[in-house]
Design a protein around this ligand. Sequence first.
Ligand SMILES: CC(C)(COP(=O)(O)OP(=O)(O)OC[C@H]1O[C@@H](n2cnc3c(N)ncnc32)[C@H](O)[C@@H]1OP(=O)(O)O)[C@@H](O)C(=O)NCCC(=O)NCCS
Length: 325
Amino acid sequence: MTTRAIIRGSGSALPQRCVTNAEMAQMVDTTDEWIIERTGIRQRYIAGEGETTSTLATEAARRALAAAGIEASKVDLIVLATATPDQTFPATATIVQHNLGCNGGIAFDVAAVCSGFLYALATADSMIRTGMAKCALVIGAETFSKILDWDDRTTCVLFGDGAGAIVLEAQDVDENDPKAPGVIASRLHADGAHNELLYVDGGVSTTGTIGKVRMKGREVFRHAVTNLANVLREVLETSGHDAAEIDWVVPHQANFRILDATARKLDLPAEKVVVTVDRHANTSAASVPLAFDVAVRDGRIKKGDLVMFEAMGGGFTWGASLARI
Ligand SMILES: CC(C)(COP(=O)(O)OP(=O)(O)OC[C@H]1O[C@@H](n2cnc3c(N)ncnc32)[C@H](O)[C@@H]1OP(=O)(O)O)[C@@H](O)C(=O)NCCC(=O)NCCS
């Protein structure tokens, strides 16, 4: 027997305001056709007054706990992935912990931008496997709209706000059973050589400002497909599973063409790829758990399914994780 982190439930939250491509075209020199053709995005949600990273994260966490049928008091670990925290410190995870009323356990943020959820998931999984925690909330939450340059059409049309969360619980399983539930294997990577391709041009210890997102989209695109295909193969190899066994891929929702090209590299049929980029745009660390929650709630992802999560983001950072639901 071995201890695994089992995914008990998921939840998500979006801001109230939905902004269509047509509305974006009134703000910058772009068109609905260009955005759809190049990215697959049709709309995004943008946080309004009173909606912050922690309020969205708290709502997503509450829904995940309700779906899992687990009381907040049982949560002894919160790992929250974000690049847009409420405050420079303390960690947004501690604000969520207090909102949920489960004070006293471990709570911290991870900063790996769009692959933040994969970093958070692998961290929580490791802590559960080693016995440091028994019940974890893994959250990806962003208000990326706050760091967008709303005059830069090459970036502002691509991103949105939102939050997604999952509940992980420790359970002893038979490690020789290929159908045993839980997180099976994860792999994470970073390559700091590409800072200038995707970054925010401000920060506490440099400019003293929050800064705005800057990106060389075409170069990011090329790296994304190669890195993602490689890390997916790595996780499959580590886990001993074959690509053909995967029931669902839940990729980071940056651009439909990236997720399509990555799936093709592994011969994964398009029907097995969960796509929400059309309705959420790129919500950075929130995108994978948001997409997962959509596919669980609409009945596509079911108990017993083998699910691959993957993401790539600024840093560069990238990672993948395979789990049996
Ligand atoms: C950003 C992205 C959609 C741009 O698509 P692309 O096909 O690479 O387009 P390019 O950047 O080469 O730009 C093509 C043209 O469209 C123009 N353009 C850029 N944004 C535009 C917009 N919103 N509306 C209309 N035209 C736009 C460019 O100025 C360029 O015009 P030019 O040829 O006259 O110079 C694409 O590169 C991408 O998705 N990259 C990955 C980004 C990503 O995933 N980032 C997050 C990772 S976590």
